[in-house]
Design a protein around this ligand. Structure first.
Ligand code: NIG
Ligand code: FE
Length: 412
């Protein structure tokens, strides 16, 4: 039966933000409907949005199930577009080491960092990894997140990387989006980066494609990790095979990865801390979304990305926690958004758009998700506070309810 959701003081549809493709968002782009209502089809798609009065005129009777939300605010569900949620172990010793002045790159050179998580992850059984992942997905859902992207990248051999992607698939959750991050760091078995890249291109990508384990690929372009030249070969092979591309770029130093990825029509370039003015201009005129990850910048004690310049010049931005055990051991959307406000000078409407419309674009899901308008899935969160009070206190944020495709999801 069709469902009519109503009794919503402020229905935030972000319809105008979606029309502007998440660029240069102002308060009016939140598209707030006072005393709003919306109609959802049996398949969970939105059929109509508008004022309650009109809804009652047109959509009451035995064909419609009325759902009174009694809510102050209804928002589109957030999308988490960049996470490394599939890992075992922790890295608190490394955190302490960094506090004494040892850099992230130096820790990696000494065999710590990503490599130490690879060891712990390889030792964990697929069943253990699945349990860890389920718990972390649930932690995101509790914060109003519908879609969660999860990267591989802590296997670092073809066999182990494929095992991680199989674990993601075993969740059988259509809103968990897998990304192949084979080139995250050197492989313990194939320490030569060129050789490992050759393996990834010749055997890894074809196998991921054949088994339909992921439709997206990612790479870490950085000093001591993968070079621009290796990334170019990877992007060429991946795009020829029909993969969508994302990349970790300009996180610790500027290597030219943002420019390269943009030329390959990457869906997103992520981190973007060390961008040149020219990079900013090129990204602003491109279809590539800049994914900003301020919790990682906080933990690594580095600069924050030039969000204001990107946004003011017309770039589409998304936010994400970058959740991982090393550079961002935090799943908190609240922390990330507070940093966006305090350190990157983003406004609240920009932040709401970044978690919804921007993140949907970063995942290539913008036709189906990311905001509440006719034709899109009814993924929404129900709150008992006004939108203007978000991301102010530092505390865990929890909506009262989360609905995905029009169905209530257990989040407590
Ligand atoms: O996004 N930069 C590379 N990858 C992660 C860190 C992974 C790790 O340190 O385990 C990041 O920051
Ligand atoms: Fe990352």
């Amino acid at each position: 039966m069709k469902q009519l959701f109503l009794d919503i003081q402020q229905l935030i549809t972000l319809e105008a933000a979606a029309k502007k493709q998440g660029r240069q968002i102002r308060e009016e782009d939140l598209s707030v409907i006072s005393d709003g209502a919306f109609l959802v089809s049996e398949e969970g798609r939105i059929l109509w949005t508008g004022a309650r009065k009109e809804a009652l005129k047109n959509y009451s009777g035995p064909d419609f199930k009325m759902v009174s939300l009694g809510a102050q605010t209804v928002l589109p569900a957030f999308l988490e577009c960049h996470t490394h949620s599939l890992f075992a172990g922790e890295r608190f010793e490394e955190f302490e080491l960094r506090l004494t002045g040892v850099s992230y790159e130096e820790i990696s050179r000494r065999g710590g960092g990503i490599q130490s998580t690879v060891n712990a992850t390889r030792q964990a059984s697929s069943e253990e990894l699945k349990k860890l992942l389920q718990k972390r997905i649930q932690n995101f859902r509790k914060q109003g997140v519908g879609v969660v992207e999860v990267k591989s990248g802590y296997g670092l051999s073809l066999k182990e990387e494929l095992r991680l992607l199989e674990v993601i698939r075993s969740l059988k959750d259509p809103l968990v989006v897998p990304t192949f991050l084979g080139p995250h760091s050197a492989s313990p078995e194939t320490p030569n980066l060129d050789e490992y890249m050759e393996d990834l291109i010749r055997k890894g990508l074809p196998e991921v494609s054949k088994r339909s384990l992921a439709h997206r690929v990612d790479i870490f372009i950085e000093k001591g990790f993968f070079t621009l030249e290796q990334a170019e070969r990877y992007f060429k092979a991946a795009t020829d095979m029909g993969f969508q591309v994302a990349a970790h770029v300009e996180q610790l130093s500027r290597q030219g990865g943002a420019d390269l990825a943009r030329k390959f029509k990457a869906l997103s370039v992520d981190h973007c801390v060390n961008l040149s003015d020219e990079d900013i201009q090129e990204l602003s005129n491109s279809s590539t979304t800049s994914v900003l990850l301020p919790s990682a910048d906080l933990y690594l004690n580095v600069d924050y990305p030039p969000a204001r310049k990107l946004i003011d010049q017309g770039a589409r931005v998304a936010l994400s926690t970058d959740f991982n055990p090393g550079s961002s051991p935090s799943q908190s959307l609240e922390l990330c958004s507070l940093l966006a406000r305090l350190k990157m000078k983003m406004t609240l409407p920009e932040i709401f758009s970044a978690w919804t419309v921007g993140a949907a674009f970063a995942l290539g899901l913008e036709k189906d998700r990311g905001n509440l308008e006719v034709g899109k899935f009814a993924d929404f969160q129900v709150w008992d506070k006004p939108w203007s009070s978000f991301f102010y206190n530092f505390e865990e944020i929890h909506p009262r309810d989360l609905y995905l495709s029009g169905k209530s999801v257990a989040i407590s």
